[in-house]
Design a protein around this ligand. Structure first.
Ligand SMILES: C[S@@+](CC[C@H](N)C(=O)[O-])C[C@H]1O[C@@H](n2cnc3c(N)ncnc32)[C@H](O)[C@@H]1O
Length: 135
């Protein structure tokens, strides 16, 4: 749990959330990362996008101050140039097709907006899978 908190904190720094107004978290899970970013950046407007409706429902009980969107990553129901940041934290490895998500994100982001993709990667350098992050 501490590792997840640290990862969210690191991603928040990489995403420069301190200077953002609207964040879209795509593949938001149970919205724990979004809740953390909300508590560290109180004025941030956050939309959680998740293909899994049940997970969104759980988030609704826990957190009422975020927009919850039941949608897929390649058809984000968001206006063009409406977000400063789009984050896909440990979720983009599930997206088909990833390039479609990236091109849709490009449209949704404002000029100079940032897309941050953090996903597990596997190296073959060790007998056990070694996971890292790509940002
Ligand atoms: C490994 S979980 C990560 C959850 C969260 N980002 C976190 O770090 O706790 C992957 C999430 O991606 C969501 N997901 C998978 N495919 C998706 C898609 N095509 N569009 C939107 N969400 C998707 C899943 O429902 C799940 O919530």
């Amino acid at each position: 749990m501490a590792a997840q908190t640290d990862l969210c904190s690191l991603v928040g720094d990489i995403a420069e959330l301190g200077s953002a107004k609207r964040l879209v978290d795509v593949g938001s899970g149970f919205s724990a990362p979004a809740a953390q970013w909300r508590s560290s950046h109180g004025s941030l407007d956050i939309s959680c996008v998740n293909i899994n409706f049940q997970q969104l429902l759980s988030a609704m009980k826990a957190e009422e101050k975020m927009s919850l969107l039941n949608a897929t990553s390649t058809a984000l129901p968001l206006s063009d140039e409406s977000a400063d940041r789009i984050v896909a934290l440990e979720s983009a490895q599930h997206f088909r097709l990833l390039e479609k998500f990236i091109s849709k994100s490009r449209k949704v982001l404002k000029p100079n907006g940032l897309l941050i993709i953090v996903m597990p990667v596997v190296t073959q350098a060790k007998p056990f899978f070694k996971l890292g992050i790509l940002a």
